[in-house]
Design a protein around this ligand. Structure first.
Ligand code: G1P
Length: 292
């Protein structure tokens, strides 16, 4: 089997309760960083990492995500009529960026259940999994691309991790390294979903980026439901994968924004604005005003 990562699964069926009432009518993935929705940054990272096909796991209230990556011929026509060809070309380019497939998840039974919906489309090849809450900034080398490089070299699954303060480990899947390969690469002997601080094997936490071999589907098919959450956790199946095949964690290079939290959303918007020469001025003026 050639070990090449071509497909990415992006689950987008979550309710987004932390962003109610916004999420009453709009998917949380459509929350913007400046003028682009969060999901655009995630898809862009996948495309720049060499992904050729995106599989969205969606629900009935998420059609705007699919529409966003489709063409809007009427809008393009109107823009061209007004002489705004540059904008029209940009919109056209956006929709031609990548092949998109949408699969409906009819029950919200957790991340593992969402990924299982992609089984027949992914087939018997390794794939990437990106979570829509995590935006990772690295303009030189996208985080997913870093994981793909290691996965293709080792022909193995790789989890993207970052260090978090011990008091925050209970918000993440936390890995248990068996061996440090180098200062960024770890061979794993375990993983725990949202452990207490006392039970956490390390502070290396999963940051919404995974490369998984198709073997994961065999474990997901067992449909073991976590008692505490009543959900099928991906982490349980990853633990089984670790007991069967080599699985690595890679501490990727990049700045991660948790777009699932209000703090992360604000931080992302301010920092992306600071990287834009025109908007930087506005941020600095506002900060100066409030610092007076
Ligand atoms: C999910 C995963 C968890 C991971 C986290 C951040 O949790 O289950 O292992 O660390 O995303 O990417 P959630 O934040 O959806 O509860």
């Amino acid at each position: 089997m050639t070990f090449k990562i071509r497909k990415a699964v992006i689950p987008v069926a979550g309710l987004g309760t932390r962003f109610l009432p916004f999420t009453k009518t709009s998917p949380k993935e459509m929350l913007p960083i400046i003028n682009r929705p969060t999901i655009d940054y995630i898809v862009d990272e996948a495309v720049k990492s060499g992904i050729k096909e995106i599989i969205f796991i969606t629900s009935s209230t998420k059609t705007s995500i699919i529409d966003y990556f489709d063409r809007n011929l009427d809008l393009e026509r109107q823009l061209r009529k007004k002489g705004k060809d540059v904008q029209a070309d940009e919109l056209q380019k956006l929709s031609g960026m990548i092949k998109i497939i949408a699969v409906r998840q009819t029950d919200a039974k957790g991340l593992g259940h969402a990924v299982l919906q992609a089984k027949s489309i992914v087939g018997n090849e390794p794939f990437a999994l990106l979570l829509g809450d995590d935006v990772i900034y690295n303009p030189k080398k996208p985080a997913l691309g870093q994981l793909i490089e290691l996965a293709e070299k080792e022909q193995a699954s790789v989890l993207g991790v970052g260090e978090v303060p011990m008091e925050n480990v209970s918000s993440y899947g936390v890995v248990d390294p068996a061996e440090d390969i180098d200062d960024r690469t770890f061979l794993l002997k375990g993983v725990v979903e949202k452990p207490t601080q006392a039970a956490a094997p390390s502070n290396l936490s999963i940051m919404g980026r995974y490369i998984l071999t198709p073997k994961i589907f065999e474990f997901l098919e067992e449909r073991n439901v976590d008692e505490a959450t009543n959900e099928i956790q991906i982490t349980d199946s990853i633990l089984k994968l670790i007991n069967t095949q080599k699985v690595y964690a890679y501490k990727f290079n990049g700045i991660r924004y948790d777009m699932g939290s209000k703090e992360g959303f604000i931080k992302a918007n301010i920092e992306y604005a600071m990287r834009d020469p025109e908007l930087k001025e506005t941020v600095l003026k506002t900060v100066n005003f409030y610092n007076k």
